[in-house]
Design a protein around this ligand. Structure first.
Ligand code: PEP
Length: 260
């Protein structure tokens, strides 16, 4: 049985006072939303990690970063933060290779793989984001693109390292657009990702790997998506900025876990 995980990606949103309100609502609603039954992670912008960490203290909500440097050692990398720094700042999670980073900041598969290794080296749990663009899907390249993203980042990892990785399947055409993959479409890709992982890491590792869905998840569609057998929770952007909505998404995941 895989424990579900719901992660909030705030992207470049938030200010201190709004964050305070959002976090205090999340902390007060977390237990009712199933924290503990599901893992709940919040990834605020890096400058607010310390504030958010303080407010999360004593709660079951964990802290994550949205990005990390591929460089492991300290040095002359202006503007970068290392995985060790995020670990030092109280993060236990980090998003790696989000499609916005791949598309807007030129993150190649090599860079993504290096970031993933840096995160694992520092003891962070990486959430590896993968997904195809609409053009790639329409050109019949979905399997090629997504499996290449998975293989290039994960195929050389040890079984132990792989057990710390969560994959998030996020079709690029569904991120922030209000479009979602149908539960069947998402399930098909999740099963394919699990099969690809099984090829290089064995069935056991593949069965244990948590694979989240991301792309316009909200309180209305969460349940039908999370009910799919290979979907182990969600990575949530826009809807994670509203406490009630995000808690309802966590609740949907926890209710499904209770049903088994
Ligand atoms: C994301 O940023 O990872 C995401 C899935 O965003 P949204 O939920 O807004 O589509």
């Amino acid at each position: 049985m895989r424990k579900a995980l719901v992660a909030a990606n705030w992207k470049m949103n938030g200010r201190r006072s709004a964050n305070e309100q959002l976090i205090s609502a999340l902390v007060s609603g977390a237990e009712q939303a199933g924290a503990g039954v599901v893992d709940i992670v919040v990834c605020p912008p890096a400058v607010y990690l310390a504030d958010v960490r303080q407010r999360l203290a004593g709660s079951l909500i964990e802290l994550g970063a949205q990005n990390v440097s591929s460089e492991k050692a300290d040095g002359a990398y202006t503007g970068e933060c290392s995985a060790q720094m995020f670990q030092d700042a109280g993060c236990s999670w980090v998003l790696i290779g989000h499609s916005e980073r791949r598309a807007r900041y030129g993150e190649t598969e090599e860079v993504v793989a290096a970031k993933l290794l840096a995160a694992l080296d520092a003891g962070l749990n990486p959430v590896l984001c993968v997904g195809e663009t609409l053009e790639q899907r329409q050109a019949g390249k979905l399997v090629e693109v997504v499996s290449s993203q998975v293989v290039s980042a994960l195929s050389t990892l040890s079984v132990d390292a792989l057990s710390k990785v969560v994959v998030a399947y996020e079709p690029v055409w569904a991120i922030g657009t209000g479009l979602t993959a149908s539960p069947d479409q998402a399930q098909e890709v999740h099963a394919m990702i699990r099969a690809v992982v099984a090829e290089f890491a064995g069935k056991d590792s593949a069965q244990k790997m948590r694979i989240l869905y991301g792309g316009s998840v909200n309180a209305t569609n969460a349940e039908s998506i999370f009910a799919q057998p290979d979907i182990d929770g969600g990575l949530v952007g826009g809807a994670s900025l509203k406490a009630e909505e995000f808690l309802a998404i966590c609740r949907a995941s926890a209710d499904l876990a209770a049903v088994g």
